[in-house]
Design a protein around this ligand. Structure first.
Ligand SMILES: [Zn+2]
Length: 438
């Protein structure tokens, strides 16, 4: 099967950021077999007119908790929301079925906004993997291990065992790539980190963890160890290229140097960090030191929307303001982080992240027809400062078209009804908890 995306404005995001103002892409099975100037092609089965579209690589979301959709718009402005809302509601109401229907809904939101790959930490991973297969999205899924009872494990030992079993089961899947996740540096013990690192080494995969996110985490590490969380991870032998460190808001220069020397990957989540008032991660300094940084939406409880358009705009504003520098992070660099940066952070840059011959056909076509998309002096600027998720028109993952003219193959109404039908207990408990903060 050969599909032709004809005459689009292609931003390849390859090493040299090649651009084709009038370009074609040919998809052959699950790969890109041609990208370049528009020309005649033979043996084409299907042609999609791209003349009013920007064509970019599928966007990469390096950090999410996709089944947390039920939490969207709940307790957003409540201090200590994690312990007031999240932990109690998760333990009381989150089960296999809710995780599955919520994950499908969240994946729909990602696909419709041009995210073709995401990395997630949560529970009930078989349900998430099944949902990813059905929705046709590329997913890196890690069991979330924490040193307290969670929704699918009584303690961290059980969590690690579940995590390893999941990796063993799904390790050769085309769309699902199993990883492992530890909740955070301040909610897991050193031995748990070390055991988790052994598991990811054994299976050649990634370990995701929230790191250096909270003020109280920094105080705890300073008081208990006289260290930062990064210094502590280094001491216990867990600071290496397999670690995908999420947030990394509170880093000093020494932390950044240590991370760079050890090739740590970073998932930066500006929408969730800014909403919580936690701080602005020193992304300029991390990138200057050569760290691979990608964007993460975080879950719908923290970042609210699972798309990268509004996030790119927030990122630009936050970094330029933090460093008082308008010229910092030109739009082209920001689109790079949303695509290739994410692919590098997930160790997948040989397969995805740019539009190049031989790479997986994960492709997004963004419409230029909206009122806010004209004039068109700079396509990257349009993507970062003008476009929104609703401009995404067609999306391909692994060569398969999963969004066609802004619609998924599966009905969004049905996905929403399925989620709502499974949220009765959740809604009741959420209403009770909400009363306690009024
Ligand atoms: Zn998170």
């Amino acid at each position: 099967m050969r599909k032709l995306l004809k005459n689009g404005w292609i931003l390849t995001m390859d090493e040299s950021d090649h651009e084709y103002r009038h370009g074609d892409i040919v998809i052959e099975d699950n790969k890109i077999s041609y990208v370049g100037p528009a020309k005649d092609h033979e043996n084409i089965d299907d042609i999609i007119d791209a003349s009013e579209c920007l064509i970019i690589p599928g966007m990469v979301n390096t950090h999410c908790h996709v089944p947390m959709m039920p939490f969207r718009s709940l307790g957003d402005d409540c201090p200590d929301r994690l312990r007031r809302f999240l932990f109690p509601l998760e333990n009381a109401c989150m089960d296999k079925k809710l995780a599955y229907v919520a994950a499908r809904y969240g994946m729909a939101e990602m696909l419709l906004s041009g995210i073709t790959t995401f990395a997630d930490m949560y529970y009930f991973l078989d349900e998430l993997a099944k949902a990813a297969e059905e929705m046709g999205i590329r997913a890196l899924l890690g069991e979330s291990v924490i040193d307290q009872p969670s929704c699918d494990a009584r303690n961290d030992e059980e969590g690690l065992a579940l995590g390893e079993a999941f990796i063993a089961k799904w390790q050769h899947h085309e769309l699902v790539r199993p990883i492992l996740a530890l909740h955070a540096t301040n909610t897991n013990k050193a031995q748990t980190f070390q055991k988790a690192m052994k598991i990811v080494e054994k299976y050649d995969t990634l370990l995701m963890s929230h790191v250096a996110e909270m003020d109280y985490e920094m105080t705890y590490f300073a008081k208990t160890y006289g260290k930062t969380p990064i210094g502590w991870l280094n001491d216990i032998g867990c600071l290496n290229e397999r670690l995908l460190a999420v947030h990394c808001i509170h880093l000093n220069d020494e932390d950044i140097s240590l991370m760079a020397e050890n090739h740590v990957k970073v998932a930066h989540c500006p929408s969730s960090n800014l909403k919580a008032g936690k701080g602005i991660a020193p992304v300029r300094d991390m990138i200057n030191k050569g760290l691979d940084v990608g964007f993460g939406t975080d879950g719908a409880s923290s970042g609210n929307t699972l798309e990268l358009f509004s996030l790119m705009r927030m990122f630009a504003g936050a970094q330029k303001t933090k460093y008082h520098d308008r010229s910092l992070f030109p739009a082209q660099k920001i689109v790079k982080i949303a695509t290739m940066g994410g692919a590098k952070a997930l160790n997948m840059d040989k397969e995805i992240g740019s539009l190049e011959k031989g790479k997986k056909a994960d492709i997004v076509m963004v419409s230029l027809e909206g009122v806010h998309m004209f004039p068109q002096h700079d396509p990257y600027s349009l993507l970062v400062y003008s476009a929104n998720a609703a401009d995404v028109k067609h999306v391909f993952v692994n060569g398969k078209q999963v969004v066609n003219d802004r619609r998924l193959a599966i009905s969004l109404t049905k996905l929403r009804q399925d989620l709502a039908a499974n949220m009765e207990d959740f809604d009741k408990k959420a209403a009770e908890l909400s009363k306690t903060i009024k």
